[in-house]
Design a protein around this ligand. Structure first.
Ligand code: FAD
Length: 492
């Protein structure tokens, strides 16, 4: 359109939307193209799931709280945004993680890599498993590798390699921190491809993870990994993950925002005109029209759709088969942050926290001893705990009234940690339908879905947590790919 900049609408203002906009601008500049970007999000703020609360000297994360230190995409973004100097690692004195076993907190054996034992000595000494369970897990070292099916569930893979006892008592509760999921419903190929890679290359999961610590990633590609560093496994920013959102906000100062309103409909120009729905003069001549809930219509050359899969399905329903999107279930979770006075608490939190296997029947699925793990998160004389609630098959609990939820959490920490003190304050955050559960076959389904989308709606690209990795680094990596894809499409 006569030297006008290409107009891209980014649907969703979470890390995927913001980083997509950031990389779109970078990619366009590198290729000498001009872009006009608009970000739309129904929230009154940007950041999506990332939400850092500063209260009384505490830094409280209502959503994600950190990321794996080896993940290159997010480290690169921190450098690009000029905030790398704000990065902080976990407290090296608080490395120990505990697990609930028969109502008691037992230390996790050392040497777990992605929840899989790689050091035999400490594993054989743990009280978490029976002798039978330990020996069964060690059989992974001798059981022959199987001819792998295209994909299988994590539960089928892990029970085959290390047996059900180690899977249920150690692996599932640890992995629940990432997926809040039931391993029977999760695809091994889409969640931990490195597990299968270990079996394929080394004939054993344990040997593979021990030999190839370079494979420890929760995203699909080894290429995303920085060299292993003993300094820290996890990182965040001194001011919380909101630091990254604020920096993106500044970097995207020239980008238009429509906040507090959502995209209700995407139409091709032909559909819009056939339905007699015009647009403002300034918005005519674009291949796509987006109808917003505030009554506005925006024209676009390209659209980057970064919403959860179910919202993306609603928007694309009339154009493509959205079954692959609808087949990704989402689990609701909540977290309850509790602040205490260190002096009166009388309990020493000397580790990163604990996880609780399903069979223990606690309300809490995990508890992070945030003030011990992240020294910047609390005043020195205070303690901050973060308790997590909700997992597959048990997420209705998230909607209990505040008082009841708090009472259940307090009961758990009283029984498990002997905490009887009243918290100075409590912050409850509910995240409905927030944790995607990649089903078996997910990678293939999404590849086919993207191919159909590309054919029927060229210039619309779907990305984000529903597709290829649930963590922040994976979202950022996918945003880089989305930006390249979009600019290449505009250049065709
Ligand atoms: P979102 O942040 O969900 O953003 C999508 C946006 O789309 C939303 O803001 C929504 O309002 C908007 N939207 C929806 N429909 C429409 C519409 N019709 N029109 C316009 N906008 C729309 N990852 C880590 O790496 N480390 C962690 O410690 C970690 N902890 C987590 C803890 C919890 C409780 C949860 C839920 C996730 C955690 N994750 C963690 C994952 C991480 O938070 C997500 O991967 C990431 O924040 C997802 O970002 P996103 O932009 O893809 O999605």
């Amino acid at each position: 359109r006569n030297g006008q900049p290409d107009r891209i609408v980014v649907i969703g203002g979470g890390i995927s939307g913001l980083s997509s906009a950031f990389y779109l601008l970078q990619e366009a500049e590198a290729r000498g193209r001009k872009l006009a970007i608009t970000i739309v999000d129904p929230g009154g703020r940007i950041g999506g799931k990332i939400s850092t609360l500063h209260r009384d000297g505490f830094v409280i994360e209502r959503g994600p709280d950190s990321f794996m230190a080896r993940q290159k995409p997010i480290i690169d973004l921190a450098h690009d945004l000029g905030i790398a100097q704000e990065l902080v690692g976990t407290n090296p004195a608080a490395k120990k993680t505990y697990i609930v076993h028969r109502g008691k907190l037992l230390p996790m054996p050392s040497g777990l890599v992605l929840s899989i034992p790689t050091e035999i000595g400490p594993f054989m000494k743990t009280g978490i498993l029976s002798w039978r369970g330990k020996l069964r897990a060690m059989m992974d070292l001798v059981l022959p590798a199987q001819k792998l099916p295209e994909d299988e569930s994590l539960s089928s893979f892990l029970s085959r390699r290390i047996g059900t006892e180690a899977m249920e008592r150690i692996t599932e509760p640890l992995l629940a921190c990432i997926y809040a999921g039931d391993l029977r419903g999760l695809s091994v190929q889409a969640t931990f491809p490195q597990f299968r890679e270990a079996e394929r290359k080394f004939g054993s999961l344990i040997r593979g993870l021990r030999e190839g610590r370079s494979m420890t990633t929760v995203t699909a590609g080894d290429k995303d990994l920085l060299p292993f560093s003993a300094a820290t496994d996890f990182l965040t920013f001194k001011g919380g993950l909101g630091t990254m959102v604020d920096a993106l906000d500044r970097a995207l100062a020239g980008v238009q925002r429509r906040l507090g309103t959502k995209v209700e409909r995407i139409e091709t120009a032909e559909e819009a005109s056939a339905a007699g729905r015009g647009v403002e003069q300034a918005d005519s001549g674009f291949p796509y029209k987006l109808a917003l809930s505030n009554g506005e219509t925006i024209g676009a050359d390209g659209i980057v759709l970064t919403t959860p899969a179910y919202d993306a399905a609603d928007l694309l329903e009339t154009h493509v088969d959205t079954k692959p999107l609808r087949s990704v279930p989402y689990v609701s979770v909540a977290n309850i942050a509790m602040a205490f006075d260190k002096k009166s608490l009388g309990v020493e939190c000397n580790g990163s926290g604990f996880v609780s296997p399903r069979a223990e029947g606690t309300t809490i699925t995990a508890c992070t001893w945030t003030s011990a793990q992240w020294l910047h998160s609390s005043p020195e004389d205070k303690v901050l705990l973060q308790c997590y609630i909700g997992r597959t098959g048990d997420d209705a609990i998230v909607d209990l009234p505040d008082g009841q939820l708090t009472a259940e959490v307090k009961r758990d920490i009283r029984e498990l940690m002997q905490i009887t003190d009243e918290p100075i304050f409590t912050e409850i955050t509910r995240l409905h339908r927030s944790m995607p559960q990649y089903p078996v076959g997910h990678i293939g389904h999404m590849k086919a879905f993207r191919a159909e989308l590309e054919e029927k709606l060229p210039g619309i690209w779907v990305t984000g947590t529903a597709f290829d990795g649930v963590g922040l680094p994976a979202c950022i990596r996918q945003s880089q790919e989305a930006a390249v894809h979009m600019i290449e499409r505009l250049e065709r």
